[in-house]
Design a binder for this molecule. Structure first.
Ligand code: HEM
Ligand code: HEM
Length: 421
Protein backbone atom coordinates (compact mmCIF):
# COMPACT_ATOMS: atom_id res chain seq x y z
CA UNK A 1 0.00 0.00 0.00
CA UNK A 2 1.24 3.52 -0.76
CA UNK A 3 2.00 5.74 2.20
CA UNK A 4 -0.48 8.62 1.99
CA UNK A 5 1.97 10.97 3.71
CA UNK A 6 4.38 10.74 0.78
CA UNK A 7 1.73 11.53 -1.81
CA UNK A 8 1.39 15.02 -3.27
CA UNK A 9 -1.53 17.06 -1.96
CA UNK A 10 -4.74 16.19 -3.78
CA UNK A 11 -3.59 12.74 -4.66
CA UNK A 12 -4.40 10.79 -1.56
CA UNK A 13 -5.98 7.44 -1.87
CA UNK A 14 -9.69 7.58 -1.64
CA UNK A 15 -12.32 5.45 0.03
CA UNK A 16 -13.85 2.60 -1.92
CA UNK A 17 -16.90 3.41 -4.04
CA UNK A 18 -19.09 1.39 -1.68
CA UNK A 19 -17.87 3.30 1.39
CA UNK A 20 -18.42 6.62 -0.39
CA UNK A 21 -21.91 5.71 -1.57
CA UNK A 22 -22.94 4.54 1.89
CA UNK A 23 -21.39 7.57 3.59
CA UNK A 24 -23.38 10.03 1.50
CA UNK A 25 -26.63 8.07 1.39
CA UNK A 26 -26.63 7.82 5.18
CA UNK A 27 -25.51 11.44 5.68
CA UNK A 28 -28.27 12.82 3.42
CA UNK A 29 -30.95 10.73 5.05
CA UNK A 30 -29.83 11.75 8.53
CA UNK A 31 -29.91 15.44 7.65
CA UNK A 32 -33.46 14.99 6.30
CA UNK A 33 -34.55 12.92 9.31
CA UNK A 34 -33.31 15.51 11.78
CA UNK A 35 -34.97 18.36 9.88
CA UNK A 36 -38.26 16.49 9.59
CA UNK A 37 -38.02 15.10 13.16
CA UNK A 38 -38.44 18.49 14.69
CA UNK A 39 -41.23 19.77 12.50
CA UNK A 40 -43.38 16.65 12.49
CA UNK A 41 -44.57 17.26 16.05
CA UNK A 42 -46.31 20.42 14.85
CA UNK A 43 -48.19 18.73 12.01
CA UNK A 44 -51.64 17.27 12.49
CA UNK A 45 -53.93 14.57 11.14
CA UNK A 46 -53.09 12.54 8.03
CA UNK A 47 -50.22 14.86 7.08
CA UNK A 48 -48.50 14.07 10.36
CA UNK A 49 -49.28 10.38 9.99
CA UNK A 50 -47.64 10.24 6.55
CA UNK A 51 -44.60 12.26 7.55
CA UNK A 52 -44.04 10.17 10.68
CA UNK A 53 -44.38 6.98 8.60
CA UNK A 54 -41.79 8.31 6.16
CA UNK A 55 -39.50 9.35 9.02
CA UNK A 56 -39.72 5.84 10.43
CA UNK A 57 -39.17 4.16 7.05
CA UNK A 58 -36.14 6.27 6.14
CA UNK A 59 -34.85 5.91 9.71
CA UNK A 60 -34.94 2.15 9.40
CA UNK A 61 -33.27 2.41 6.00
CA UNK A 62 -30.44 4.26 7.77
CA UNK A 63 -30.21 1.38 10.22
CA UNK A 64 -29.99 -1.23 7.45
CA UNK A 65 -27.44 0.76 5.45
CA UNK A 66 -25.46 1.31 8.65
CA UNK A 67 -25.30 -2.42 9.32
CA UNK A 68 -24.00 -2.91 5.78
CA UNK A 69 -21.58 -0.01 6.19
CA UNK A 70 -20.09 -1.29 9.44
CA UNK A 71 -19.62 -4.78 8.02
CA UNK A 72 -17.94 -3.25 4.96
CA UNK A 73 -15.73 -1.04 7.15
CA UNK A 74 -14.61 -4.03 9.22
CA UNK A 75 -13.70 -5.94 6.07
CA UNK A 76 -11.98 -3.00 4.34
CA UNK A 77 -9.49 -0.68 6.00
CA UNK A 78 -9.91 2.99 5.11
CA UNK A 79 -7.07 4.74 3.27
CA UNK A 80 -4.24 5.93 5.50
CA UNK A 81 -4.80 9.23 7.28
CA UNK A 82 -3.19 12.36 5.89
CA UNK A 83 -0.46 13.74 8.15
CA UNK A 84 -1.89 15.71 11.09
CA UNK A 85 -1.12 16.42 14.74
CA UNK A 86 -1.84 13.55 17.11
CA UNK A 87 -4.71 15.31 18.87
CA UNK A 88 -6.50 15.97 15.58
CA UNK A 89 -6.13 12.39 14.57
CA UNK A 90 -7.55 11.37 17.95
CA UNK A 91 -10.54 13.72 17.70
CA UNK A 92 -11.29 12.60 14.15
CA UNK A 93 -11.18 8.93 15.10
CA UNK A 94 -13.33 9.54 18.18
CA UNK A 95 -15.92 11.42 16.10
CA UNK A 96 -15.98 8.62 13.51
CA UNK A 97 -16.41 5.96 16.20
CA UNK A 98 -19.23 7.90 17.86
CA UNK A 99 -20.87 8.34 14.47
CA UNK A 100 -20.76 4.59 13.91
CA UNK A 101 -22.45 4.09 17.28
CA UNK A 102 -25.05 6.79 16.60
CA UNK A 103 -26.08 5.62 13.15
CA UNK A 104 -27.19 2.42 14.89
CA UNK A 105 -28.42 3.93 18.17
CA UNK A 106 -30.52 6.72 16.64
CA UNK A 107 -32.72 4.42 14.54
CA UNK A 108 -32.88 1.78 17.29
CA UNK A 109 -34.15 4.21 19.91
CA UNK A 110 -36.72 5.58 17.46
CA UNK A 111 -37.78 2.09 16.59
CA UNK A 112 -38.23 1.04 20.22
CA UNK A 113 -40.25 4.20 20.86
CA UNK A 114 -42.44 3.63 17.82
CA UNK A 115 -42.95 -0.07 18.62
CA UNK A 116 -44.02 0.77 22.17
CA UNK A 117 -46.45 3.42 21.01
CA UNK A 118 -50.00 2.25 20.46
CA UNK A 119 -50.68 5.25 18.23
CA UNK A 120 -49.87 3.93 14.79
CA UNK A 121 -48.26 0.89 13.22
CA UNK A 122 -44.79 1.13 11.73
CA UNK A 123 -45.11 0.06 8.16
CA UNK A 124 -41.94 0.08 6.08
CA UNK A 125 -42.79 2.34 3.15
CA UNK A 126 -46.39 1.19 3.51
CA UNK A 127 -45.44 -2.42 2.75
CA UNK A 128 -44.62 -4.53 5.78
CA UNK A 129 -45.40 -4.12 9.44
CA UNK A 130 -42.10 -3.91 11.27
CA UNK A 131 -42.78 -3.23 14.89
CA UNK A 132 -39.97 -4.70 16.97
CA UNK A 133 -41.29 -8.11 18.02
CA UNK A 134 -42.17 -8.50 21.68
CA UNK A 135 -42.72 -4.83 22.44
CA UNK A 136 -46.33 -4.32 21.24
CA UNK A 137 -47.56 -7.14 23.49
CA UNK A 138 -46.06 -5.71 26.70
CA UNK A 139 -48.58 -4.25 29.14
CA UNK A 140 -49.65 -0.65 28.63
CA UNK A 141 -47.74 0.83 31.58
CA UNK A 142 -44.43 -0.70 30.48
CA UNK A 143 -45.02 0.40 26.90
CA UNK A 144 -45.80 3.94 27.99
CA UNK A 145 -42.62 4.03 30.07
CA UNK A 146 -40.56 2.71 27.16
CA UNK A 147 -42.10 5.20 24.76
CA UNK A 148 -41.48 8.20 26.98
CA UNK A 149 -37.97 7.13 27.98
CA UNK A 150 -36.82 6.40 24.46
CA UNK A 151 -38.43 9.54 23.09
CA UNK A 152 -36.14 11.49 25.42
CA UNK A 153 -33.09 9.48 24.41
CA UNK A 154 -33.96 9.74 20.70
CA UNK A 155 -34.29 13.53 20.93
CA UNK A 156 -31.10 13.92 22.98
CA UNK A 157 -29.06 11.70 20.67
CA UNK A 158 -30.13 13.94 17.80
CA UNK A 159 -28.40 16.82 19.57
CA UNK A 160 -25.26 14.75 20.10
CA UNK A 161 -25.34 13.96 16.39
CA UNK A 162 -25.60 17.64 15.49
CA UNK A 163 -22.66 18.45 17.78
CA UNK A 164 -20.53 15.76 16.13
CA UNK A 165 -21.60 16.92 12.70
CA UNK A 166 -20.35 20.43 13.42
CA UNK A 167 -16.94 19.03 14.45
CA UNK A 168 -16.89 16.62 11.51
CA UNK A 169 -17.73 19.21 8.86
CA UNK A 170 -15.39 21.78 10.44
CA UNK A 171 -12.61 19.19 10.27
CA UNK A 172 -13.36 18.29 6.66
CA UNK A 173 -13.50 21.95 5.61
CA UNK A 174 -10.27 22.78 7.45
CA UNK A 175 -8.45 19.90 5.81
CA UNK A 176 -9.73 20.82 2.41
CA UNK A 177 -9.34 24.59 2.41
CA UNK A 178 -6.58 25.26 4.96
CA UNK A 179 -4.39 22.14 4.90
CA UNK A 180 -5.27 21.60 1.23
CA UNK A 181 -4.56 17.91 1.67
CA UNK A 182 -7.41 16.73 -0.53
CA UNK A 183 -9.29 15.10 2.32
CA UNK A 184 -12.77 15.89 0.98
CA UNK A 185 -11.82 14.36 -2.34
CA UNK A 186 -11.13 11.07 -0.55
CA UNK A 187 -14.82 10.86 0.21
CA UNK A 188 -16.08 12.30 -3.10
CA UNK A 189 -13.92 11.43 -6.05
CA UNK A 190 -14.17 13.80 -8.94
CA UNK A 191 -16.05 16.52 -7.11
CA UNK A 192 -13.31 18.07 -5.00
CA UNK A 193 -10.26 17.25 -7.07
CA UNK A 194 -8.35 14.24 -8.30
CA UNK A 195 -7.34 11.40 -6.03
CA UNK A 196 -5.41 8.26 -6.37
CA UNK A 197 -7.72 5.28 -6.62
CA UNK A 198 -8.74 3.31 -3.56
CA UNK A 199 -6.25 0.73 -2.26
CA UNK A 200 -8.43 -1.81 -4.06
CA UNK A 201 -12.09 -2.14 -4.96
CA UNK A 202 -12.80 -3.68 -1.62
CA UNK A 203 -14.41 -6.93 -0.68
CA UNK A 204 -17.31 -8.17 1.36
CA UNK A 205 -20.26 -6.72 -0.57
CA UNK A 206 -22.05 -10.02 -0.13
CA UNK A 207 -21.58 -10.03 3.64
CA UNK A 208 -22.44 -6.36 4.04
CA UNK A 209 -25.63 -6.55 1.99
CA UNK A 210 -26.45 -9.96 3.49
CA UNK A 211 -26.18 -8.70 7.07
CA UNK A 212 -28.55 -5.81 6.33
CA UNK A 213 -30.99 -8.09 4.52
CA UNK A 214 -30.86 -10.58 7.39
CA UNK A 215 -31.70 -7.90 9.98
CA UNK A 216 -34.64 -6.76 7.90
CA UNK A 217 -35.91 -10.24 7.10
CA UNK A 218 -35.69 -11.29 10.76
CA UNK A 219 -37.64 -8.32 12.08
CA UNK A 220 -40.20 -8.31 9.27
CA UNK A 221 -40.62 -12.08 9.59
CA UNK A 222 -41.05 -12.01 13.37
CA UNK A 223 -43.48 -9.08 13.24
CA UNK A 224 -45.43 -10.88 10.57
CA UNK A 225 -45.50 -14.10 12.57
CA UNK A 226 -46.69 -12.33 15.71
CA UNK A 227 -49.27 -10.16 13.92
CA UNK A 228 -52.87 -11.10 14.49
CA UNK A 229 -54.44 -13.02 11.64
CA UNK A 230 -56.39 -10.95 9.18
CA UNK A 231 -59.97 -10.82 10.34
CA UNK A 232 -62.27 -12.78 8.11
CA UNK A 233 -66.05 -12.90 8.31
CA UNK A 234 -66.68 -13.78 11.93
CA UNK A 235 -69.77 -15.83 11.58
CA UNK A 236 -68.91 -18.15 8.75
CA UNK A 237 -65.70 -20.00 7.99
CA UNK A 238 -63.17 -20.18 10.72
CA UNK A 239 -65.92 -20.32 13.31
CA UNK A 240 -65.50 -24.00 14.01
CA UNK A 241 -61.74 -23.74 14.47
CA UNK A 242 -60.74 -24.74 17.97
CA UNK A 243 -58.89 -21.78 19.47
CA UNK A 244 -59.35 -22.53 23.15
CA UNK A 245 -60.24 -25.54 25.20
CA UNK A 246 -61.85 -23.35 27.85
CA UNK A 247 -65.64 -23.65 28.17
CA UNK A 248 -67.57 -21.81 25.47
CA UNK A 249 -70.21 -19.22 26.35
CA UNK A 250 -73.23 -18.64 24.10
CA UNK A 251 -74.15 -14.98 23.82
CA UNK A 252 -77.80 -14.03 24.24
CA UNK A 253 -77.89 -11.32 21.58
CA UNK A 254 -81.41 -10.27 22.56
CA UNK A 255 -80.22 -9.21 26.00
CA UNK A 256 -76.70 -8.09 25.09
CA UNK A 257 -75.66 -4.72 23.69
CA UNK A 258 -72.60 -3.23 22.06
CA UNK A 259 -72.92 0.53 22.26
CA UNK A 260 -70.83 3.66 22.37
CA UNK A 261 -70.99 7.16 23.81
CA UNK A 262 -69.65 10.27 22.16
CA UNK A 263 -70.16 14.02 22.24
CA UNK A 264 -71.35 16.25 19.43
CA UNK A 265 -70.85 19.98 20.02
CA UNK A 266 -70.30 19.15 23.65
CA UNK A 267 -73.59 17.27 24.03
CA UNK A 268 -73.53 13.57 24.90
CA UNK A 269 -74.96 11.10 22.39
CA UNK A 270 -75.25 7.34 22.31
CA UNK A 271 -75.04 4.89 19.48
CA UNK A 272 -75.03 1.15 19.02
CA UNK A 273 -73.94 -1.59 16.68
CA UNK A 274 -77.12 -3.59 16.15
CA UNK A 275 -75.36 -6.53 14.53
CA UNK A 276 -72.28 -8.21 15.91
CA UNK A 277 -71.14 -11.65 16.79
CA UNK A 278 -68.94 -12.79 19.62
CA UNK A 279 -67.14 -16.01 20.29
CA UNK A 280 -66.31 -16.38 23.97
CA UNK A 281 -64.30 -19.08 25.69
CA UNK A 282 -63.41 -18.58 29.33
CA UNK A 283 -62.59 -20.88 32.19
CA UNK A 284 -64.00 -18.93 35.12
CA UNK A 285 -62.94 -21.53 37.68
CA UNK A 286 -59.26 -21.59 36.83
CA UNK A 287 -56.58 -20.09 39.06
CA UNK A 288 -55.81 -16.67 37.61
CA UNK A 289 -54.57 -13.30 38.82
CA UNK A 290 -53.10 -10.14 37.33
CA UNK A 291 -50.01 -12.09 36.23
CA UNK A 292 -51.42 -15.46 35.24
CA UNK A 293 -53.94 -15.32 32.41
CA UNK A 294 -57.13 -17.33 32.57
CA UNK A 295 -57.68 -19.96 29.95
CA UNK A 296 -59.83 -18.20 27.39
CA UNK A 297 -60.33 -16.49 24.08
CA UNK A 298 -62.69 -13.80 22.85
CA UNK A 299 -63.35 -12.53 19.36
CA UNK A 300 -65.98 -9.94 18.56
CA UNK A 301 -66.78 -9.06 14.95
CA UNK A 302 -68.69 -5.87 14.25
CA UNK A 303 -70.13 -4.96 10.83
CA UNK A 304 -69.53 -1.21 11.16
CA UNK A 305 -71.92 -0.29 8.37
CA UNK A 306 -74.86 -1.16 10.61
CA UNK A 307 -74.21 1.59 13.12
CA UNK A 308 -77.18 3.46 14.65
CA UNK A 309 -77.16 6.67 16.63
CA UNK A 310 -80.81 7.66 16.39
CA UNK A 311 -79.71 10.62 14.22
CA UNK A 312 -80.01 9.73 10.51
CA UNK A 313 -77.49 12.36 9.42
CA UNK A 314 -74.85 10.82 11.73
CA UNK A 315 -75.61 7.29 10.52
CA UNK A 316 -75.18 8.35 6.88
CA UNK A 317 -71.88 10.11 7.30
CA UNK A 318 -70.40 7.44 9.59
CA UNK A 319 -70.07 4.94 6.74
CA UNK A 320 -68.00 7.31 4.63
CA UNK A 321 -64.30 7.27 3.81
CA UNK A 322 -62.91 9.50 6.52
CA UNK A 323 -65.14 7.83 9.12
CA UNK A 324 -65.55 4.05 9.03
CA UNK A 325 -65.02 3.67 5.27
CA UNK A 326 -67.33 0.66 5.23
CA UNK A 327 -66.86 0.11 1.49
CA UNK A 328 -63.25 -0.89 2.11
CA UNK A 329 -63.43 -2.08 5.72
CA UNK A 330 -66.90 -3.48 6.39
CA UNK A 331 -65.93 -5.03 9.68
CA UNK A 332 -64.08 -4.19 12.88
CA UNK A 333 -62.77 -7.05 14.99
CA UNK A 334 -61.64 -7.19 18.59
CA UNK A 335 -59.65 -10.27 19.44
CA UNK A 336 -57.97 -11.24 22.69
CA UNK A 337 -54.26 -11.70 22.08
CA UNK A 338 -52.46 -10.96 25.32
CA UNK A 339 -54.74 -12.89 27.67
CA UNK A 340 -57.59 -12.43 30.09
CA UNK A 341 -56.46 -11.59 33.63
CA UNK A 342 -58.47 -11.63 36.82
CA UNK A 343 -57.73 -8.54 38.89
CA UNK A 344 -60.19 -8.90 41.79
CA UNK A 345 -63.12 -11.18 42.56
CA UNK A 346 -65.35 -9.59 39.88
CA UNK A 347 -62.98 -7.61 37.71
CA UNK A 348 -60.98 -8.80 34.76
CA UNK A 349 -58.89 -7.27 32.04
CA UNK A 350 -58.58 -8.55 28.49
CA UNK A 351 -55.58 -7.49 26.41
CA UNK A 352 -56.19 -7.71 22.74
CA UNK A 353 -56.09 -6.10 19.37
CA UNK A 354 -58.77 -4.04 17.70
CA UNK A 355 -58.58 -4.27 13.94
CA UNK A 356 -60.32 -1.25 12.54
CA UNK A 357 -59.96 0.26 9.05
CA UNK A 358 -57.20 -2.23 8.34
CA UNK A 359 -55.06 -1.14 11.32
CA UNK A 360 -54.34 -3.17 14.44
CA UNK A 361 -54.57 -1.22 17.65
CA UNK A 362 -53.63 -2.75 21.00
CA UNK A 363 -56.56 -2.40 23.42
CA UNK A 364 -56.94 -3.22 27.10
CA UNK A 365 -60.52 -3.87 28.04
CA UNK A 366 -61.37 -3.88 31.75
CA UNK A 367 -64.65 -5.61 32.57
CA UNK A 368 -66.70 -6.99 35.42
CA UNK A 369 -68.08 -10.49 35.36
CA UNK A 370 -70.86 -11.89 37.51
CA UNK A 371 -71.60 -15.58 37.33
CA UNK A 372 -74.94 -16.93 38.44
CA UNK A 373 -75.12 -20.67 37.87
CA UNK A 374 -74.48 -21.07 34.16
CA UNK A 375 -75.29 -17.45 33.29
CA UNK A 376 -72.63 -14.78 33.06
CA UNK A 377 -73.25 -11.03 33.00
CA UNK A 378 -70.38 -9.01 31.67
CA UNK A 379 -70.01 -5.24 31.57
CA UNK A 380 -67.01 -3.45 30.12
CA UNK A 381 -66.14 0.04 28.94
CA UNK A 382 -63.13 1.30 27.10
CA UNK A 383 -62.47 4.81 25.89
CA UNK A 384 -60.76 5.09 22.52
CA UNK A 385 -59.49 8.23 20.85
CA UNK A 386 -61.15 8.08 17.46
CA UNK A 387 -58.53 10.28 15.72
CA UNK A 388 -55.84 7.77 16.73
CA UNK A 389 -57.92 5.11 14.99
CA UNK A 390 -58.17 7.24 11.84
CA UNK A 391 -61.89 7.72 12.35
CA UNK A 392 -63.25 11.11 11.32
CA UNK A 393 -59.69 12.17 10.54
CA UNK A 394 -58.68 15.51 9.14
CA UNK A 395 -59.50 16.52 5.58
CA UNK A 396 -58.43 19.60 3.65
CA UNK A 397 -61.79 21.16 4.43
CA UNK A 398 -61.67 20.20 8.07
CA UNK A 399 -58.08 20.15 9.24
CA UNK A 400 -59.20 19.45 12.79
CA UNK A 401 -60.87 16.24 11.64
CA UNK A 402 -64.31 17.36 12.80
CA UNK A 403 -62.80 17.49 16.26
CA UNK A 404 -64.60 20.72 17.03
CA UNK A 405 -67.93 18.97 16.48
CA UNK A 406 -67.41 15.39 17.49
CA UNK A 407 -65.33 14.76 20.61
CA UNK A 408 -62.17 12.71 20.16
CA UNK A 409 -63.00 10.37 23.05
CA UNK A 410 -65.47 7.65 22.22
CA UNK A 411 -66.41 5.21 24.95
CA UNK A 412 -67.35 1.73 23.81
CA UNK A 413 -69.81 0.09 26.19
CA UNK A 414 -70.18 -3.67 26.18
CA UNK A 415 -72.95 -5.54 27.99
CA UNK A 416 -73.10 -9.25 27.38
CA UNK A 417 -75.29 -11.94 28.86
CA UNK A 418 -74.08 -15.42 28.04
CA UNK A 419 -74.80 -18.98 29.04
CA UNK A 420 -72.20 -21.63 29.63
CA UNK A 421 -72.46 -24.23 26.86
C1 HEM B 1 -24.74 12.81 9.72
C2 HEM B 1 -23.96 12.83 8.69
C3 HEM B 1 -22.60 12.17 8.61
C4 HEM B 1 -22.14 11.02 9.19
C5 HEM B 1 -22.93 10.07 10.11
C6 HEM B 1 -20.78 10.84 8.79
C7 HEM B 1 -19.96 9.79 9.21
C8 HEM B 1 -18.66 9.62 8.82
C9 HEM B 1 -17.82 8.55 9.27
C10 HEM B 1 -18.22 7.48 10.28
C11 HEM B 1 -16.62 8.68 8.64
C12 HEM B 1 -15.40 7.79 8.83
C13 HEM B 1 -15.22 6.79 7.77
C14 HEM B 1 -14.13 5.81 8.18
O1 HEM B 1 -12.95 6.13 8.00
O2 HEM B 1 -14.49 4.76 8.70
C15 HEM B 1 -16.73 9.82 7.77
C16 HEM B 1 -15.72 10.27 6.96
C17 HEM B 1 -15.79 11.45 6.24
N1 HEM B 1 -16.85 12.32 6.18
FE1 HEM B 1 -18.62 12.12 7.07
N2 HEM B 1 -20.42 11.87 7.97
C18 HEM B 1 -21.51 12.72 7.85
C19 HEM B 1 -21.59 13.87 7.12
C20 HEM B 1 -20.53 14.44 6.43
C21 HEM B 1 -20.57 15.71 5.74
C22 HEM B 1 -21.76 16.65 5.70
C23 HEM B 1 -19.36 15.88 5.18
C24 HEM B 1 -18.92 17.06 4.35
C25 HEM B 1 -18.21 18.01 4.72
C26 HEM B 1 -18.54 14.71 5.48
C27 HEM B 1 -17.25 14.49 5.06
C28 HEM B 1 -16.49 13.39 5.36
C29 HEM B 1 -15.14 13.18 4.89
C30 HEM B 1 -14.38 14.09 3.98
C31 HEM B 1 -14.70 11.97 5.43
C32 HEM B 1 -13.35 11.30 5.21
C33 HEM B 1 -12.47 11.61 6.32
C34 HEM B 1 -11.12 10.98 6.08
O3 HEM B 1 -10.71 10.87 4.94
O4 HEM B 1 -10.48 10.60 7.07
N3 HEM B 1 -19.30 13.85 6.25
N4 HEM B 1 -17.97 10.37 7.91
C1 HEM C 1 -30.80 8.02 11.99
C2 HEM C 1 -32.06 7.91 12.14
C3 HEM C 1 -32.96 8.92 12.82
C4 HEM C 1 -32.77 10.24 13.11
C5 HEM C 1 -31.55 11.10 12.83
C6 HEM C 1 -33.98 10.71 13.76
C7 HEM C 1 -34.17 12.01 14.22
C8 HEM C 1 -35.28 12.44 14.91
C9 HEM C 1 -35.46 13.74 15.48
C10 HEM C 1 -34.45 14.88 15.42
C11 HEM C 1 -36.68 13.77 16.07
C12 HEM C 1 -37.31 14.93 16.84
C13 HEM C 1 -37.00 14.72 18.29
C14 HEM C 1 -37.76 15.62 19.23
O1 HEM C 1 -38.87 16.05 18.91
O2 HEM C 1 -37.22 15.83 20.34
C15 HEM C 1 -37.30 12.49 15.87
C16 HEM C 1 -38.55 12.14 16.33
C17 HEM C 1 -39.12 10.89 16.12
N1 HEM C 1 -38.52 9.80 15.55
FE1 HEM C 1 -36.72 9.73 14.71
N2 HEM C 1 -34.88 9.67 13.85
C18 HEM C 1 -34.29 8.56 13.28
C19 HEM C 1 -34.84 7.30 13.16
C20 HEM C 1 -36.10 6.94 13.60
C21 HEM C 1 -36.68 5.63 13.48
C22 HEM C 1 -36.00 4.42 12.84
C23 HEM C 1 -37.93 5.69 14.02
C24 HEM C 1 -38.98 4.61 14.16
C25 HEM C 1 -39.02 3.47 13.56
C26 HEM C 1 -38.13 7.05 14.49
C27 HEM C 1 -39.28 7.50 15.11
C28 HEM C 1 -39.45 8.78 15.56
C29 HEM C 1 -40.70 9.23 16.16
C30 HEM C 1 -41.98 8.41 16.35
C31 HEM C 1 -40.49 10.57 16.51
C32 HEM C 1 -41.50 11.50 17.11
C33 HEM C 1 -41.34 11.61 18.57
C34 HEM C 1 -42.37 12.56 19.10
O3 HEM C 1 -43.48 12.10 19.38
O4 HEM C 1 -42.04 13.75 19.18
N3 HEM C 1 -36.99 7.78 14.23
N4 HEM C 1 -36.43 11.68 15.17
Amino acid sequence: MTDAATQPAGLQQRYTAVAIALHWAIALMILGLIAVGWIMGDLEGPAQYSVVQLHKSFGITVLLLSVARIVWRLMNRPPAEPPMPKWQSFVSRAVHLLFYILIIAMPLTGWIMASASGDAPTRYFGLVDIRLPGIPTLDAATREGLEEGFEQVHGNLAWVMIGLLVLHVAGAVKHHFIDKDGLLARMAPGVFGRTAGPPDDGQGAFWAAGAAALVFATVAGLSFASAPPVAGPATTEGESEVVSNAPAWGVDYGKSRLGFRFTYMGRPYEGAFPEWTARVHLDTDAETNEHIPADGYVRVAIPVGKITTGEPQFDDSLGQGDWFDVGKHPEAVFEVKGGIYKLTERTYEATGVLRIKGEDIPVRLPFTLDIDGTTATMHGEVTLRRLDLGIGGATAAEPEGDAEWVGNDVTVVIDIIATRQ
